[in-house]
Design a protein. Structure first.
Length: 75
C-alpha cells in the first residue's frame, strides 16, 4: 500500500500507477502504406525500414499495455 507519488519514476502505469513490467522488444511492420504510422512517428516512418521496434510494457495490476519507442538501445 504505497501511495507515494514518484515523480521521475520511469515505468509507472498511467492508469493505476502500478509498476509496469517490460515484456521485451517487439517489431511491427510499417509496410509504408498505413498513414497512421506517419502521423504517429513522422520521419521515423519515413526512414524506409519495413519494421519498427517498440518496447512493450504491461501493467500487472490493470492489464494496461503500453508501447514505447525504444531509445538508445543497441546503438
Ligand atoms: Zn495499471
Amino acid at each position: 500500500m504505497n501511495e507515494g507519488r514518484s515523480t521521475g519514476g520511469t515505468d509507472d502505469c498511467l492508469r493505476c500507477g502500478g509498476a509496469l513490467s517490460a515484456m521485451g522488444i517487439e517489431q511491427f511492420r510499417t509496410g509504408g502504406t498505413s498513414g497512421g504510422w506517419k502521423l504517429l512517428f513522422g520521419e521515423m516512418a519515413e526512414l524506409g525500414e519495413e519494421m519498427i521496434s517498440f518496447a512493450v510494457f504491461a501493467c500487472r495490476d490493470c492489464g494496461r499495455v503500453e508501447l514505447r519507442v525504444p531509445r538508445a538501445i543497441g546503438s
